[in-house]
Design a protein around this ligand. Structure first.
Ligand SMILES: Nc1ncnc2c1ncn2[C@@H]1O[C@H](COP(=O)(O)OP(=O)(O)OP(=O)(O)O)[C@@H](O)[C@H]1O
Length: 261
């Protein structure tokens, strides 16, 4: 059995009121996995994704290639396990500025050889990826506030894919603002990148409210009900209040759990 690329060990998170959102989450993600994260609104999916991205405080450990995120170093870890928000609603400027800003961060500078030519290469790749998804070049110079939700979503995702630092992308409803055809284009491109071996990308953790999309792309599944977390595939299972009931249910129902969401 290969070693997991990413492993969550007893990850727990509480909100400010002290309420436990999820407790003792244990999940393994292997190269080639597309882990689909589903469940009711408010069930804690985005919060779990942000914990995995080391963007909010949590208990437990996240192990990336055998080392905890703290051992890897959080800035470097965040480039390897990269959170992509649903929408870039608060970003200033335009997508081209944003890409330049990302590449100017010291964590990226350390890996770039010739800053200007690397910027041009990454920019070219981002433009090509976004173009495949139906985004014309002039939109790169348009202010984020003047882009549609679906345009902004594809531009942000194309930046995350083009910088190609991440082995795991954490995708928070990445196609929620897209029409079905555009959504399929994005899905296919990401699945191809995982399978082709031509980029650094090795796995995705993908939140979706669409059962159809989940079935199309998923290799493993996690369902967050708000009262606990059910997994299928060869994943470890747990629940906040009734661990044994949940394990038995999940083993007997497997992926059927997902078809009822
Ligand atoms: N900083 C916070 N302080 C207090 N409560 C919070 C905080 N962040 C999230 N919550 C609450 O935690 C719960 C889980 O939120 P989260 O965004 O993770 O859910 P979700 O499953 O992603 O929902 P959706 O499917 O609607 O996007 C919600 O009830 C939310 O209101």
């Amino acid at each position: 059995m290969p070693s997991p690329l990413l492993e969550l060990l007893n990850v727990s998170c509480s909100v400010e009121s002290g309420n436990v959102l999820f407790d003792d989450v244990n999940v393994k993600v292997y190269e080639g996995d597309i882990l689909v994260l589903q469940g009711k609104s408010g069930g804690g999916k985005s919060t779990l994704l942000k914990c995995i991205g080391h963007l909010i405080a949590h208990d437990g450990h996240i192990v990336y290639r055998g080392r905890t995120s703290l051992q890897v170093g959080i800035p470097l870890y965040r480039t390897k396990v990269l959170y992509v928000p649903q929408r870039p609603s608060l970003l200033p400027g335009n997508p081209a500025d944003f890409l330049k800003h990302i590449l100017n961060l010291s964590i990226h500078q350390a890996h770039l050889k010739e800053t200007e030519s690397d910027y041009r290469l990454v920019h070219k790749q981002a433009v090509e990826i976004a173009h495949e998804w139906g985004i014309s070049q002039e939109l790169w110079e348009r202010n984020w506030t003047q882009l549609s939700g679906g345009e902004a979503q594809r531009l942000l995702l194309s930046v995350a894919v083009a910088i190609d630092t991440a082995e795991v992308l954490l995708l928070d409803e990445p196609t929620s603002a897209l029409d079905p055809d555009s959504s399929l284009l994005v899905e296919q491109c990401l699945v191809d990148r995982i399978n082709s071996g031509q980029s650094n990308l090795k796995a995705l953790i993908w939140i979706t409210h669409s059962s159809e999309q989940g079935r199309r792309i998923g290799t493993r599944f996690v369902y967050m009900s708000g009262a606990g977390v059910w997994c299928s595939g060869a994943l470890v299972l747990w629940m906040v209040r009734h661990p044994f009931v949940t394990i038995n249910l999940a083993i007997s129902l497997g992926d059927e759990v997902l078809s009822k969401t």
